[in-house]
Design a protein around this ligand. Sequence first.
Ligand code: NCD
Length: 325
Amino acid sequence: MPDKNLQLDGNGKLLHFLSIEGLNQPILTEILDTAESFTSITERNVKKVPILRGKTVANLFFEPSTRTRSTFELAAQRLSADILNLNVNTSATTKGESLLDTLRNLEAMQIDMFVIRHQDSGSAHFFAQHVSPGVSVLNAGDGQHEHPTQAMLDMFTIRHFKKDFSQLRVAIVGDILHSRVARSQIHALNLLNTAEVRVIAPRTLLPVETEALGVSIYNNLEDGLKDVDVIIMLRLQKERMRGALLPSEKEYFRLYGLSQERLKCAKPDAIVMHPGPANRGVEIESSVMDGSQSVILNQVSFGISVRMAIMSMIVGQSGLRGDES
Ligand code: NCD
């Protein structure tokens, strides 16, 4: 995989945000603490601080997105940045322009920060290797590799509801094979010293290297959910499946879908998470998704503060100063 140290400078300061792999526990904790200080802004009448005033953020989404794209946009707006939303489907890339040429042209417009989602693993690192000094890249999901800001908003949600990672059993359920979210989450949970990380999936949806990630593997949902504090459900990523990895969606729900009944295997106060978009009735029953243990919409709200935190740390500001109103 690409150069991991690209994202930190010699003093350990964040330059880009490309993957959780290669980061460290103090940086992750600083992001969570900084995000905490931003939640108060998102709750007040005037939701802006001037941390990115005069800077331009370009949102470059080569794959569809609702939550990630709009919360990145709101985060940048709340930090007072100017924002360029590039609709890549109608842009020059569809006419054959290379990624590097797109980058050079955007750089000529004095962009300070790129938020990029792209179908190729490693694309965010590629961008970061080629931008001018002082320009930053944030990975909003690269192929099947990582989705680090999603993992951080998930860590924020877990800490908010459950406090101490060292006391927690966390289960990640479903299509691990195609999930950049799961990969980032596993690295983050390990860095934050989570007591136990389990992955629960059919053998066909587990990558071969899963064991090396330091997680416990379960092929049976009921066994895997026993006594867990946090359940993270993943979407079946049908668009990434080549060939038949599963019998049918109905069969998948029968074996791996989170129903009210199955939820009882976990601790009574377990929280249920999902990065979205969810397939109701495929990986999760509607009543669980909308039920009292679900924190799925909290995840979306926290996504704004967490993305604000990462952007402000990149420009050298961690938390709010007293003069910012
Ligand atoms: C995830 C993604 O795009 O990787 N969604 C998201 O960012 N909210 C997960 C998914 O698509 O299933």
